[in-house]
Write a protein that binds this ligand. Structure first.
Ligand SMILES: C[S@@+](CC[C@H](N)C(=O)[O-])C[C@H]1O[C@@H](n2cnc3c(N)ncnc32)[C@H](O)[C@@H]1O
Length: 251
């Protein structure tokens, strides 16, 4: 695990017990918008496939407590959550148990973005996914471009990569089309004690299109800014952040 990923692991491990409460409004917006966008995200769900013997499988990477997984669970056969933070994965599995979803929704601790992915995670059931989803985590990855390429390899042909993240705000550091901003431009101070866990302050439509294309996802690209912002308090200050949904398919 790189130092950057380790910083994220420590930060989110500490935050896991309070995450859903602290970001309750954001969690609610993301969950509701995900449910509303289900057919926008993908046309392959348990209620849309014609062969009932087929499975519809999703990997939620950097899953945290599983907001996306819980919202989409009624329409999936199998959900795997993976996160580097143990306590986030505990929350994911606790939520699955509370909703009586443990038979199809299981979380594991792993780093799938580094150079030494443990062997068990390089094969079934962690590959050939119908959907790979990453919510509010791409800006926490050291190299978002490499991350999408590596995660994209886990999606089967015709499958979907679905990203929720921050819309860049005016006056902030610009990225360079490959998804990170090299630390110049506006500072990351407004992220408070999370600043060292963030590589990028948001992704424009153009950047997302490039990132998807570089990862081999050049079919059906869509990007939509969500009108309701995420509102939360951090380090005693109020924040309001705009998010986007983006998706594309592998040919
Ligand atoms: C802001 S939280 C988002 C959690 C969840 N996806 C959601 O939408 O509520 C970011 C998550 O990314 C995880 N994370 C950060 N870097 C990671 C990496 N390199 N690999 C896997 N998970 C990572 C953190 O542990 C944390 O759970």
């Amino acid at each position: 695990m790189t130092d950057f990923t380790e910083a994220n692991r420590q930060y989110f491990d500490k935050m896991a017990t309070t995450y859903e409460e602290k970001f309750a409004q954001g969690v609610k917006v993301v969950a509701e918008q995900t449910s509303q966008h289900r057919l926008w995200i993908s046309d392959r769900w348990t209620d849309t496939i014609t062969n009932p013997d087929e499975k519809v499988r999703m990997l939620e990477y950097a899953c945290g407590p599983g907001v996306i997984s819980m919202a989409l669970a009624p329409f999936l056969s199998e959900i795997i959550g993976i996160d580097v933070a143990d306590k986030m994965v505990e929350a994911f599995n606790r939520n699955a148990a509370t909703l009586e979803l443990s038979d199809k929704m299981i979380g594991h601790v792993a780093d799938l973005l580094g150079d030494n992915v443990p062997g068990e995670f390089t094969k079934s059931p962690y590959v050939d996914m119908d959907i790979v989803a990453v919510s509010m985590a791409l800006h926490h990855f050291e190299h978002p471009d490499v991350a999408l390429q590596r995660l994209g390899q886990r999606v089967k042909s015709g499958g979907t990569l679905f990203i929720i993240d921050l819309v860049p705000q005016p006056g902030h550091a610009h990225d360079h089309g490959h998804g990170h901003d090299h630390g110049h431009g506006a500072s990351k101070h407004e992220f408070g004690d999370a600043a060292h866990t963030i590589s990028t302050q948001g992704f424009s439509e153009e950047t997302m299109r490039n990132l998807f294309q570089q990862a081999g996802f050049d079919v059906g690209f869509k990007y939509e800014a969500i009108s309701e912002p995420l509102v939360f308090k951090m380090d005693g200050k109020s924040h309001s952040k705009s998010i986007f949904f983006a998706r594309a398919q592998r040919a």
